[in-house]
Design a protein. Structure first.
Length: 277
């Protein structure tokens, strides 16, 4: 591709991504009336929206719920995925290929198809076992784990296939057990893949609206549901508060951006290396 055309295409793609973000940021500094009137550049800058959202949206509680559920999903799925992937990659047993194909096939099942069956299953648990699942954070965590674990396991299977077997064979000669190899060799070499699988599991829980809106109640709403409820109230209200909605959206995006910058090195290595050199 010619260099001038490549430069133009790059600028267009960057503008396509950055212009909406710039508009949201400027709108969060504008007044509600100014945003409603269609102003792109605020006539007056104010941080009032960032102070009001904590009461109008209830954002602190919602972000806390999201961090608890998404963080637990990321940690548990990453821990379970590395052990499961190690067994599937390094050991031969009956049904191994069936499990691998099943993990791959589960990725093609839309989550919306699973909403009603999971809801009925959780409701039945509350009816027959006397355990309240609907409306709790741990119930939402289990729902997320059912989707995050297959994906995380497949990511780790792909990553472990790139690790050299010679290191494990040398450890076995020195008398290392399977658990010793897993904890002393596989896990230290697999941090990029573990971080990638954990972050994708975290994003699954952080960005979800469908399951969180069905499996939670007002005191257990996640940040995504709180934004949805607030946006619905804004659209149906007599006085629009679009500035607060934009501010709340940016605040909810901050944890994901911070997470990316913290683990950027591992993300790049996990997505591109596929193993060690």
């Amino acid at each position: 591709m010619p260099r001038p055309l490549l430069a133009i295409l790059t600028v267009l793609l960057c503008a396509l991504v950055l212009v909406p973000i710039v508009y949201i940021f400027l709108a969060s500094l504008n007044t509600d009336v100014g945003v409603a009137s269609g102003e792109f550049w605020p006539s007056s800058f104010s941080l009032d929206s960032y102070t009001k959202i904590w009461d109008s949206v209830g954002l602190a509680k919602a972000i806390g719920n999201s961090l608890i559920v998404s963080g637990a999903t990321a940690v548990v799925s990453a821990i379970m995925a590395i052990g499961t992937a190690y067994v599937l990659v390094r050991f031969e047993f009956v049904g191994r290929l069936t499990v691998l194909r099943g993990l791959l096939g589960l990725q093609s099942v839309p989550g919306t198809l699973m909403l009603l069956p999971v809801f009925v299953l959780f409701s039945s648990a509350g009816t027959y076992l006397g355990v309240t699942v609907i409306g709790t954070l741990w119930g939402l965590f289990i729902a997320y784990l059912t989707f995050a674990l297959p994906f995380s396991t497949w990511v780790m299977v792909t990553y472990l296939r790139g690790l050299p077997r010679e290191l494990e064979e040398a450890a076995r000669i020195d008398g290392a057990s399977n658990l010793g190899i897993l904890f002393r060799i596989i896990i230290p070499l697999s941090w990029p893949g573990i971080i990638v699988s954990a972050i994708f599991a975290f994003l699954l829980g952080w960005n979800d609206v469908l399951f969180a809106s069905v499996f939670t109640r007002p005191d257990t709403h996640t940040a995504a549901v709180a934004l949805q409820v607030f946006a619905s109230a804004v659209e149906g209200g007599a006085i629009p508060v679009y500035s607060q909605l934009m501010a709340a959206s940016l605040v909810c995006a901050v944890p994901v951006v911070v997470l990316y910058f913290m683990f950027q090195k591992y993300l790049v290595g996990g997505l591109t290396a596929g193993g060690v050199k």
